[in-house]
Write a protein that binds this ligand. Structure first.
Ligand SMILES: Cc1cc2nc3c(=O)[nH]c(=O)nc-3n(C[C@H](O)[C@H](O)[C@H](O)COP(=O)(O)OP(=O)(O)OC[C@H]3O[C@@H](n4cnc5c(N)ncnc54)[C@H](O)[C@@H]3O)c2cc1C
Length: 390
């Protein structure tokens, strides 16, 4: 399908195309992906061809111009397939493209956004360090002014796509002011080296990277938006966007897990009848469906609010917290429905059970969202706020 053909589709036709791509190409390719340990390059090319790298960018930047609600509906479809496929492009479309679109200079936008949207340039978001996990403000990577540019030194860890990205959106602290800035760094620049971990427990085919920066020289034009000291504010634009996408991802994963568990409970008989007729499993599967639909409704409602009036930060936190915990519960129950097949052998459910666990850790671990929500409760529970969402 040509780029022009993709761009001419209505949203409903595009959604149907992505649903078919998920069912006919992504899900059937999972065993081969697991065997090879990576997302097949041919499928990454198909994702780019179908415009998946451009779903979050406006048409003026070469994207498809879908609303946030449409983006999460698409995400709920393609994340019925392994979450690893999404990881391959998530950092480009969420964390990085949104920060550049909202805060980049005109040349940065012109240089990067069409290349992001077309899948020609892969971006990784390099914030986390040994000292800076949940507390991102504790980062120690330094930026020292050097003539008209900067010299960067430090080590990042757990960076999705960090090993093969073309560009890093990288956060560092100015040695003189102590302020944090975001830099656009060529991943192949002299002084940048990356390593993959010896082992991943979940997301095995999308390993995160450790990135060393030793005297990496960048020009002044590498500073996002051309301003110093705005790094965390700029990062939050991408992070809020990515969080709602992670919540939608949890819904997509839980949908597939429930489909797989229901199929198994329908086919397998014990005591002379299908497992689906057994009361205890009905309780587990029925509860999973109710929780899945609660999560889906919350994500869609947040997305509509995002489209109306910008990111509803606390409600996005609530959606990210609820949906990722929900998906873990649904996964755990699905393993139980499968019995031994949930532990032994190649069934997709146990692989997904490991994969969804990570969703509760990245884009803010659950405890961070609980804390943020607890602190905001007086405002969130006020009559005005309550009735806004009634
Ligand atoms: C698969 C994967 C992909 C990732 N991709 C990226 C990426 O692309 N870019 C990037 O920059 N980072 C990435 N990360 C890193 C991720 O954002 C961090 O792992 C996360 O922020 C948690 O930091 P930490 O691992 O250092 O845990 P810690 O911060 O050490 O937290 C450990 C535990 O303590 C809890 N905790 C911490 N502080 C508090 C508190 N104040 N109150 C209560 N509980 C608290 C946490 O919730 C958690 O349960 C990725 C991580 C994973 C697992």
């Amino acid at each position: 399908m040509t780029a022009d053909a993709v761009r001419s589709l209505s949203f409903d036709d595009y959604l149907a195309t992505i649903t078919r791509f998920t069912d006919e190409e992504l899900i059937p390719a999972e065993p081969a992906m697991v065997a090879s340990g990576e997302v097949p390059p041919g499928l990454v090319a198909r994702m780019a061809e179908l415009g998946l790298f451009g779903i979050t960018l406006g048409r003026e930047h070469g994207g498809l111009g879908w609303s946030v609600e449409q983006q999460v509906r698409l995400t709920m479809e393609f994340t019925r397939a392994s979450v690893v496929y999404r990881s391959r492009f998530s950092t480009t479309i969420g964390l990085c493209s949104q920060a550049v679109a909202a805060h980049g200079t005109d040349p940065q936008k012109a240089d990067l956004l069409p290349a992001f949207a077309g899948g020609r340039t892969v971006a990784a978001f390099a914030l986390t360090e040994v000292s800076a996990g949940t507390d991102a403000t504790a980062l120690r990577t330094t930026a020292v002014r050097d003539g008209d540019g900067y010299v960067l030194n430090g080590t990042k860890r757990y960076i999705t796509n960090g090993h093969w990205a073309d560009v890093l959106l990288l956060f560092a602290r100015h040695e003189d002011s102590g302020a944090l800035s975001a830099f656009l760094v060529d991943r192949t620049a002299t002084g940048v080296t990356t390593r993959l971990p010896a082992q991943m427990n979940g997301h095995a085919e999308a390993p995160v990277a450790e990135i060393d920066l030793v005297d990496v020289r960048v020009g002044r034009d590498a500073l996002l938006g051309g301003v110093e000291g705005e790094g965390l504010r700029q990062a939050m634009r991408g992070i809020n966007h990515a969080r709602i996408h992670v919540a939608a991802t949890a819904v997509g994963q839980a949908t597939r897990l429930l489909q797989e568990a229901t199929a198994h409970a329908t086919d397998r008989e014990q005591f002379g009848r299908p497992l689906l007729d057994l009361g205890a499993l009905q309780s587990s599967l029925g509860r999973s469906y109710a929780e899945l639909e609660a999560g889906r409704a919350l994500v869609l409602d947040c997305a509509r609010e995002f489209d109306r009036s910008g990111p509803p930060r606390e409600r996005i936190s609530a959606a990210k917290l609820y949906c990722t915990e929900m998906a873990s519960e649904v996964a755990d129950r699905a393993v139980q429905v499968l019995g031994g097949a949930g532990i032994v052998g190649p069934h997709p459910v146990p692989r997904m059970w490991r994969d969804v666990r990570a969703l509760r850790i990245y884009e803010g671990a659950s405890q961070l969202h609980e804390r943020n929500l607890a602190r905001a409760l007086p405002a969130l529970l006020s009559p005005v706020e309550r009735n806004t969402h009634a």
